[in-house]
Ligand binder design. Structure first.
Ligand code: ZN
Length: 376
């Protein structure tokens, strides 16, 4: 059993690491204007048409410590394929209601891009609504979910109330997790976190795990009329079970958490830094003109993919050099310089800088260091 620090709770790793990786205070040059909160957090998404019959369901939660997954509808002549479910059945019920406004065709396949709870807890909604629906996931997801996945879910549900209370306390005291006064951006982000944690906790214990009924290790291609739906495992990155859904005709790539905006979600030990850079280059090689990330807005070029690949490549090179110099992990944390990447990913935003510290500086340096040690 890995230590608490080593456990990756799904994309919502924040519960413990928020408290473990306290960052030095940073000054904020300006606050960003947050989007107004919606009254129903389960419905906090936009449906965006990407191509004929292809729609992205894009979450509008503010960047923060708690996130939920984007989804995609692929509406074919006779049926529908959905990519990813959500972190709570209540959210997926709203997503399904949005689908019903577009078509009455049945959902035939749900593709889960990986096994994290914020992408799969809503599976049961499709299973209940569509008898015979099949769930497509990586073979490792089927192995992971009943074992480490169940243990991580339990830890998450046990830790979430404390996390929520910590965030509520921060709001009440007007202090962020680093102890400095909250900016408007941070306040809105914390409030968004609390809405999502509450939503997940309301149903978390009851949500059933629906395993893949069809597994993929390398590639599975579905044909629907003229449409090609190519499901690819391009390599290890965010997890060992990452799948990309590629629509070559429409030049659309649905990436799961291989691509997350505004900062990547890196888990240690689940993510592999060196492999991630290579996987992203393969993804760029597909030359998509529309990229739907696991979290964040739809991207219209590959510049963010390149930035991510550059970050992971730099992490790999810098930690390898640190290991060659005989540095400990703690020494490597000081010698690895990510200042330029922090500037590019986070700018002056305190929320993004904190996320960069939590998801990149903390776990990514440790993961890259471990990989460098293994190959040294
Ligand atoms: Zn994830």
């Amino acid at each position: 059993m890995p230590s608490k620090q080593a456990i990756w709770f799904g994309c919502a790793t924040m519960l413990f690491s928020a408290l473990l990786f306290r960052q030095p205070a940073v000054s904020s040059a300006q606050d960003q204007t947050p989007r107004a909160a919606t009254s129903n957090p389960a419905r906090n998404f936009d449906v965006q048409k990407l191509a004929e019959g292809v729609y992205a369901v894009v979450r509008q939660d503010l960047p923060g410590l708690m996130v939920d997954a984007n989804n995609v509808f692929i509406i074919n002549d006779e049926d529908v394929i959905v990519v990813d479910a959500n972190g709570a059945p209540a959210i997926t019920k709203e997503v399904l209601a949005a689908l019903r406004k577009l078509t009455s065709k049945p959902v035939k396949y749900v593709i889960n891009t990986h096994y994290h709870d914020d992408h799969i807890r809503g599976n049961q909604v499709y299973r209940d609504a569509f008898p015979g629906v099949e769930f497509i996931g990586h073979a490792f997801a089927r192995e992971y979910l009943p074992n480490q996945g169940a243990a991580n879910r339990k830890d998450f549900l046990e830790g979430a109330p404390d996390f929520r209370d910590t965030i509520k306390d921060s709001l009440a005291k007007n202090k962020n997790l680093r102890g400095t006064d909250l900016t408007a951006e941070e306040r809105a982000s914390y409030e968004s976190d609390i809405r999502l944690v509450d939503l997940v906790l309301r149903e978390g214990a009851q949500a059933q795990t629906v395993l893949p009924t069809i597994t993929v290790t390398d590639r599975l291609t579905l044909y629907r009329g003229k449409r090609v739906i190519d499901i690819r495992h391009l390599g290890h990155g965010h997890t060992a079970a990452d799948l990309v859904v590629h629509l070559p005709e429409e030049k659309i790539a649905i990436t799961g958490d291989l691509v997350v905006w505004p900062v990547p979600l890196v888990g240690n030990p689940q993510s592999k830094i060196g492999a991630w850079a290579a996987t992203l280059e393969k993804l760029r090689g597909l030359q998509p003109s529309v990229i739907v990330p696991g979290h964040g807005p739809v991207l219209r070029d590959d510049s963010y993919l390149k930035l991510l690949a550059d970050l992971f490549g730099s992490l790999q090179r810098q930690t390898a050099a640190a290991v060659t110099r005989g540095e400990t992990l703690e020494q490597a944390r000081k010698s690895v310089n990510l200042d330029e990447f922090r500037r590019q990913f986070a700018g002056d935003s305190p929320v993004r800088r904190f996320s960069f510290g939590m998801y990149v500086v903390g776990p990514a340096v440790a993961a890259a260091y471990r990989e460098a040690k293994e190959t040294h």
